[in-house]
Design a protein around this ligand. Structure first.
Ligand SMILES: Nc1ncnc2c1ncn2[C@@H]1O[C@H](COP(=O)(O)OP(=O)(O)OP(=O)(O)O)[C@@H](O)[C@H]1O
Ligand SMILES: [Mn+2]
Length: 588
């Protein structure tokens, strides 16, 4: 009996249905063996047996059910690293509310409210772990946003993608003629001529060891480029893609390669860049690419001191980065690509620079950080050092434009240039009819130059850049070309204040490109909100993993300023009939 019950109990352990199938044949065979008087006692024992079995079954079921409840919890707590991860997903679904539907399809998000309580509690217990894994997940999310092959749902919710798919960002351009490209790749014939000249030149000098190139010793790659674009490094493809109308084609896959290149290439040489007033460095990469480096000099969120004049404010590395993104989102493509990067001031600058003016200024600060200040007009002194932590420094790297010897540029003084004096006012500040004078002057009396300047003023107003004293154009294209929006380091200094005087060209001339106005209208709609597309676009920068490139206050200021621009245009339209410069005639 005990043995039977024990066996049945064992069977019960293997499952309810199995135990039943065993019990039934056993009980029937017993009935056949002991008929007559003993039947009652057999029935009684069978009833006891059945009761025991049911008790065993009930015990088993209870233990199974309890295990089912306990197991997930125990596995949850045994892998504590998974706790903050769930928290991360929670953060992400808030941050990227648009991607929540995609995220919820992942099994991790299927943990119900019970787990929700768990991860909230545990996230507070592991704040650092949670933050790290938030960054990891944020990185993953960034890749999703940046990658071409995005899951359909995420793709569908990307406001930047939606913006760039809009017809206003895909307007047909006049077909490019040969003279509309800034640079020309030599034809095979040119190349072979030049090649034989080079060979002769090299033959002539190869016997003299003093003429050996030093560049390879310094880490430059041996050049093996041909006229085939495939062999060109990203910086060269960028140069070869510059046209009369824009610095780059937004859809060119080389853009992503160029930013990756700027972020990852080894720095093999650094010198101080001359020109301008503040410290900036010219860095070189192994395959002859170069970038303009601006270091982080103050915390990203530090607002410009209200007592500083626009011309004595620090330059900001994040302003250079954000300006590139803003210009691209406005559909201009007039700023060379800029990326953020973390460098090592010791190994990437101090140990490799051959520039004495720079290397002489290195020192170790009292707290052990490696610092330098370089030599320039503003903020190049020991009182205002650039410091690593202890070696790591955030910088912006702008792709360099083609060398001036290949593509000379013309610098134009802005008619709305500020006086750069503490006491004097500029002419445009005193004369309300100033634009009438400008409109008479070449090159503003012809073509698109005036509306191009107004585009630039709108960009500057949005990012509060008061430092646009000059602008440049490529000499090759004469007056029919876009304006380069270089030097944006003094933008994004203040979010709490707008500077209406930056809009003076628009306010005084009451003229605007139709394509620009329509894009501004688009960016004022919730589905494409300027702050949202900027936030999303800036999240693709490598430094976004350290901290957002622009604070929410700056992003909010963009929307506020955009509304101001639209109000100014509206006011103009109330007074004038010729406000819109229709540059998209025939594309309606
Ligand atoms: N990406 C670039 N490629 C090539 N040249 C550049 C690039 N960016 C800027 N420059 C050149 O370097 C010069 C100095 O750069 P920038 O204007 O940024 O310096 P700055 O110190 O801020 O100048 P400023 O004090 O006049 O405002 C510019 O006038 C421009 O001609
Ligand atoms: Mn500047």
């Amino acid at each position: 009996m005990i043995r039977f019950g024990f066996l049945a109990g064992l069977h019960a352990l293997f499952g309810f249905s199995m135990s039943l199938s065993v019990v039934v044949p056993l009980s029937s065979s017993m009935t056949r063996q002991k008929p007559g008087r003993s039947t009652r006692s057999i029935y009684l024992s069978l009833a006891c047996l059945s009761l025991t079995l049911h008790l065993l079954l009930a015990f088993f079921c209870l233990s199974v059910l309890q295990t089912a409840c306990v197991l997930p919890t125990s596995s949850f707590s045994s892998t504590s690293s998974s706790i903050p991860r769930t928290d991360t997903q929670h953060h992400l679904s808030v941050f990227h509310s648009s991607s929540s539907s995609a995220a919820s399809s992942s099994p991790r998000n299927e943990a119900g409210p019970h787990n929700d309580v768990h991860h909230k509690v545990n996230a507070n217990m592991f704040p650092h772990k949670g933050r790290n894994s938030f960054n990891e997940a944020f990185e993953r999310e960034k890749k999703l946003i940046g990658a071409r092959k995005m899951p359909q749902k995420v793709k569908g919710h990307s406001k930047v993608e939606a913006l760039f798919q809009h017809p206003l960002y895909n307007l047909p351009r006049p077909e490019l003629q040969e003279e509309d490209w800034l640079l020309k790749v030599k034809t095979n014939k040119d190349a072979s001529n030049a090649g034989s000249e080079e060979e002769e030149w090299e033959d002539g000098i190869s016997n003299d060891s003093k003429w050996q190139s030093a560049s390879q010793e310094k880490g430059y790659d041996k050049v093996a480029w041909t006229s085939d674009v495939e062999t060109h490094p990203p910086w060269l493809r960028f140069h070869l893609g510059i046209t009369r109308w824009e610095l780059f084609n937004r859809k060119d896959p080389n853009l992503a390669q160029l930013t990756h290149y700027l972020t990852t290439q080894r720095i093999i040489s650094v010198v101080q860049k001359t020109g301008g007033t503040q410290l900036k460095l010219l860095v070189s990469f192994p395959n002859y690419g170069q970038a303009l480096l601006k270091p982080m000099r103050q915390s990203r969120d530090a607002e410009t001191d209200a007592n500083l004049f626009y011309f004595s404010d620090f330059e900001r590395h994040n302003a250079e980065i954000a300006a590139f993104h803003l210009d691209r989102l406005l559909g201009f493509n007039r700023i060379p690509p800029v990326v953020g990067r973390l460098i090592n001031v010791t190994s990437d600058i101090r140990e490799i620079t051959s520039d004495q003016r720079l290397s002489r200024t290195f020192f170790t600060s009292p707290v052990g950080n490696t610092c330098f200040h370089g030599q320039c007009e503003y903020y190049c002194s020991i009182e205002k050092p650039v410091c690593g932590q202890p070696h790591v420094l955030e910088v912006s790297l702008a792709a360099m434009l083609p060398d001036l010897s290949l593509a000379p540029r013309r610098s134009w003084r802005s008619p709305w240039r500020r006086s750069y004096s503490r006491t004097k006012l500029a002419q445009w500040e005193k004369d309300p009819a100033y634009c009438d004078t400008v409109k008479q002057m070449p090159p503003y009396n012809h073509g698109t130059r005036l509306v191009d300047l107004i585009d630039m003023a709108i960009l500057d107003f949005l990012m509060s850049n008061m430092d646009r004293h000059h602008y440049e154009t490529f000499e090759k294209f004469g007056n029919e070309s876009f304006l380069l929006h270089l030097d944006n380091g003094r933008a994004f200094g203040r979010h709490s204040r707008d500077e209406p005087s930056i809009l003076a060209p628009l306010q005084q001339c009451c003229s605007i490109r139709r394509s620009t106005l329509l894009r501004l209208h688009l960016l004022s709609l919730p589905g494409y909100a300027l702050s949202d597309v900027m936030r999303e676009s800036l999240a693709q920068d490598p430094l976004a993993g350290v901290a957002p490139l622009l604070s929410e206050a700056h992003l909010h200021a963009l929307d506020r300023r955009l509304a101001t621009v639209l109000r100014v245009v509206q006011a103009c339209q109330g007074r004038h009939s010729d406000v819109i410069y229709n540059d998209i005639e025939g594309h309606d």
